[in-house]
Design a protein around this ligand. Structure first.
Ligand code: FAD
Ligand code: NAI
Length: 497
């Protein structure tokens, strides 16, 4: 009895402490303190983008020594690894985004955030020109500002290889609006297929969901779509649910080329069990409003009708990046993106630092790389800021003169030397994870000086825990956990806006 009483007391204390900590953290997030105003004597640091690279940079940056300006067409950070879950309503869109101002308003010195698109970077005169894209203003305002330092993190856009009809007819899966478009189109296909006296052939077309690209984006989307079919479609649309077919088209001999062989086989066999057709060595050559034209493994051309087409064939540089690189033809020669040195400074452009998908480095274009690069740069800018501060104090002391200052001068000189020492960027790979549907995930993890490959339900729990802990805020974690629970209890919402 005494044991039970003690156990009860300890549990109560733990619960109260956890609740107190939760309230404290959320209140600190909601009511940050006063910020220092802009200071004309400090250098201007412009950040382009609000994705993985820019946000991890902003999160870790000490802004005291800089006037920071953030420019991005979206005023929030998007947690892209969970984006495929939004396409079928497993997660709500707002659960995986975080306003950029949530991050910047906690900084020591105030940060300017502009919802605008950078249109031009002049690396010689050190200027950025950007444009307000809002419809409200009517005539879009274009502004040019000077920078001392520029952190370039604009990501990249969807690769289409110039294939006709892709931009007009396919849905991409990169932005939040893309996931919403897919969800709407998917439900439109299902509702139209369920319409009274619908033609049989038309039902087959409408219920055929085609995914192009067997990289992680295409595979994760196909997995989510399968879950939607099994968990919800069969319940709400029993008359046509079994007509839904999913086809994944991949040009290479197998899906997920970046994962280990064992996990490729595991994914392909799971897809087979789940009746997801995987057409490998098959390349899409043309896209029309209701069909794709493919060249199959035997080099024969055929047509595949579809209701929804999701295009996930990788990345290509944005126009602004191509234009910036074209201004430095001698030092920027890679087609893949911006070339940087070991400290992430753009070759041939002093003061410009580039991170993430817009760069051409030895690493894959992933969130992991972009966020580590952002964090590295924030540390480097922190050291540069501390050096500037120490140098300023040194100058003041030297001007003061006198015996008392001599010792302090020595200390400060040591500080300046210490802060001048910068170490190059080093990427530490934490492993690759992907969700493949039916509560299974795959994980390639660098463990015990080797690689551990695992697939199945345990990997799925790991996948969920890893992403929940990586989400940027308590708010996001709470919303994502609540969405998962909601779907378990009530199923996904099939209403169409
Ligand atoms: P982004 O995050 O794309 O950010 C670019 C930013 O620049 C955006 O805010 C954009 O609005 C802004 N921008 C665009 N144009 C301009 C302009 N002209 N001026 C100013 N700003 C501009 N990686 C993983 O490691 N693990 C995963 O599980 C994973 N899952 C993914 C799932 C999906 C569906 C997708 C699409 C990608 C996934 N990735 C994953 C890859 C990852 O999202 C990218 O590698 C990462 O987003 C790159 O970060 P970034 O900062 O370079 O670019
Ligand atoms: P990707 O470049 O990884 O894969 C695209 C695939 O499309 C390739 O396998 C390619 O062969 C295929 N393809 C290209 N043209 C084709 C055509 N005409 N017909 C048929 N197939 C064609 O692109 P993805 O999946 O968008 O990923 C982009 C980046 O984001 C990668 O670096 C990836 O690692 C990362 N990412 C990581 C995730 C994870 O770790 N879970 C999830 C999503 C993306």
């Amino acid at each position: 009895r005494r044991f039970l009483q003690n156990f009860g007391r300890v549990t109560l204390v733990l619960l109260l402490t956890a609740t107190g900590a939760f309230i404290y953290v959320t209140q600190v997030q909601a009511h940050p303190g006063e910020q220092l105003p802009a200071d004309k004597t400090k250098p201007t640091l412009v950040v382009l983008g609000s994705g993985w690279g820019a946000t991890s940079f902003l999160k870790s940056l000490d802004t005291e020594e800089y006037n920071v300006v953030v420019i991005s067409p979206r005023n929030y950070f998007l947690f892209s690894p969970l984006l495929p879950s939004v396409t079928v309503g497993t997660l709500e869109p707002r659960s995986i985004i975080q306003p950029t101002r949530y991050i910047t308003r906690h900084k020591k010195r105030a940060v300017q955030v502009y919802e605008a698109e950078a249109r031009d970077v002049d690396p010689i005169n050190k200027t950025v020109t950007f444009q307000d894209l809002s419809d409200i203003r009517g005539e879009a305002g274009s502004v040019t500002i000077n920078y001392d330092y520029l952190v370039y993190a604009v990501g990249c856009e969807n690769q289409t290889f110039g294939i006709k009809g892709v931009k007009e007819h396919a849905c991409f899966l990169k932005e939040l609006s893309d996931a919403d478009k897919i969800r709407q189109r998917l439900l439109d296909c299902v509702e139209t297929a369920a319409f009274r006296d619908q033609d049989e052939k038309e039902i087959d077309r409408l219920m055929h969901m085609v995914v192009v690209g067997g990289g992680p984006t295409g595979v994760e989307y196909a997995g989510e779509l399968h879950d939607f079919l099994i968990d919800d479609l069969r319940k709400w649309y029993p008359e046509i649910a079994d007509r839904l077919r999913i086809t994944l088209i991949e040009a290479l001999p197998n899906v997920l080329p970046a994962f280990s062989k064992q996990l490729i086989q595991y994914t392909e066999s799971t897809f087979k069990e789940n009746k997801i057709d995987v057409l490998t060595r098959t390349m899409v050559k043309d896209v029309q409003a209701d069909r794709v034209v493919v060249q199959d493994a035997n080099k024969e051309m055929r047509e595949i009708p579809y209701g929804l087409l999701v295009w996930a064939t990788g990345n290509t540089s944005r126009e602004i990046t191509r234009n910036l690189m074209a201004k430095l033809p001698r030092t920027q020669t890679q087609r893949r993106g911006i070339e940087v040195d070991d400290y992430l400074q753009m070759n041939g452009a002093p003061g410009i630092y580039a991170v993430g998908d817009c760069t051409a480095t030895a690493y894959a274009p992933t969130a992991q790389v972009a966020s580590q690069q952002g964090m590295f740069l924030a540390n480097m800018f922190g050291k540069m800021g501390q050096k500037m501060r120490a140098e300023r104090q040194l100058q003041e002391l030297k001007a003061e003169g006198g015996a008392a200052a001599v010792e302090a001068v020595e200390g400060l000189e040591k500080k300046v030397t210490r802060y001048s020492k910068l170490t190059p960027f080093h990427y530490s790979h934490q492993g690759s994870l992907a969700y493949i549907g039916s509560e299974k995930a795959i994980a390639d993890l660098p463990l015990f000086n080797g690689n551990v490959a695992s697939g199945g339900g345990a990997a799925m729990i790991f996948w969920r825990s890893a992403y929940v802990s990586t989400l940027y805020s308590v708010r996001n974690r709470t919303l994502v956990l609540a969405d998962w629970m909601k779907v378990k209890i009530f199923g996904r919402d099939v209403s169409r806006e």
